[in-house]
Design a protein around this ligand. Structure first.
Ligand code: AMP
Length: 215
C-alpha cells in the first residue's frame, strides 16, 4: 500500500534525518518545504528573496507560497507511489488545504508521525547543527561531530551553520512550532492517523521505531 506520510515534530527533532533514511527504505520521495525554500534562496529567485527574510527571522513563509510549491510537487509522477512530507504542514490552514488537494485525487494521507523530543534537547541539537555546503550531510558539534572541525567527512566540503540555526532565530522557530504546528497533533489525532515515537537514542534506534510504526 502506498505510504503518504506527514512527519511532524519540532525543528531539530530529526525529521529531515529520518526522512532521508525512509526514502531509501521505501523508495518514495521526501518533500521538504524547508529544502525547496532554501534552494529558491540559493538560486536567488524572486520567491527565494521574499522567503529568505522570513526564514532568517524564524517565522513562517506565507501559506499561499508554500501550498503552491507542495501542490506542484505532489502532482509529479514519482509521488504516485507515496511520499514523505517533512516540515509541511506547519499550521492548521496548511493541513486543511493539504487534505483538500489529496481528497481531489482520492489519495488521502495514510499516517502522521510525530517525533517527540524534549525542548532542552532541541535547543542543543539546533545550536550544534552544521551542514555541508557541498553534499548537505548534517553534523552536530555536540553529538555527531565531523572528524576534522568544519570539514565534511564524506566529501571534504565546508561545514556551515544555517542562518536560521542562530540562537535568536531558533527561539522564535520553537515558539512558532509550539503555537502553530503542535496543534496539528490534535488535528491528526481526530482523524485517527496520528502516531508518536520518542525521538531519543541513536539515529538508528529512532529509525527502527519509526519503521515499526510505518510498517
Ligand atoms: P525547516 O527546514 O523545515 O525547519 O524550514 C526552515 C524555514 O523555512 C522555516 O523556519 C520557515 O521559515 C520556512 N518553512 C519551511 N516549511 C514551511 C511551511 N510548511 N510553511 C511556512 N514556512 C515554512
Amino acid at each position: 500500500m502506498a505510504k503518504r506520510v506527514v512527519l511532524l515534530g519540532a525543528p531539530g527533532a530529526g525529521k529531515g534525518t529520518q526522512a532521508k533514511m525512509l526514502i531509501e527504505k521505501y523508495k518514495i520521495p521526501q518533500i521538504s518545504t524547508g529544502d525547496i525554500l532554501r534552494k529558491a534562496v540559493a538560486d536567488g529567485t524572486p520567491l527565494g528573496k521574499e522567503a529568505k527574510v522570513i526564514m532568517d527571522s524564524g517565522g513562517l513563509v506565507s501559506d499561499k507560497i508554500v501550498l503552491g510549491l507542495v501542490e506542484e510537487r505532489i502532482k509529479q509522477p514519482d509521488c504516485k507511489a507515496g511520499f514523505i512530507l517533512d516540515g509541511f504542514p506547519r499550521n492548521t490552514a496548511q493541513a486543511e488545504a493539504l487534505d483538500k488537494i489529496l481528497a481531489n485525487t482520492g489519495t488521502p494521507l495514510t499516517i502522521a508521525l510525530n517525533i517527540d523530543v524534549d525542548m532542552n534537547d532541541l535547543l542543543k541539537r539546533l545550536t550544534g547543527r552544521r551542514t555541508c555546503k557541498k553534499c548537505q550531510q548534517m553534523y552536530n558539534i555536540h553529538f555527531s561531530p565531523p572528524k576534522k572541525d568544519g570539514v565534511c567527512d564524506k566529501c571534504g566540503g565546508e561545514l556551515y551553520q544555517r542562518d536560521d540555526d542562530k540562537e535568536a532565530t531558533i527561539k522564535k522557530r520553537l515558539e512558532v512550532y509550539t503555537q502553530q504546528t503542535a496543534p496539528l497533533i490534535d488535528y491528526y489525532s481526530k482523524k485517527n492517523i496520528m502516531k508518536t515515537v520518542m525521538g531519543v537514542g541513536s539515529i538508528n534506534d529512532i529509525f527502527n521505531k519509526v519503521t515499526a510504526v510505518l510498517g
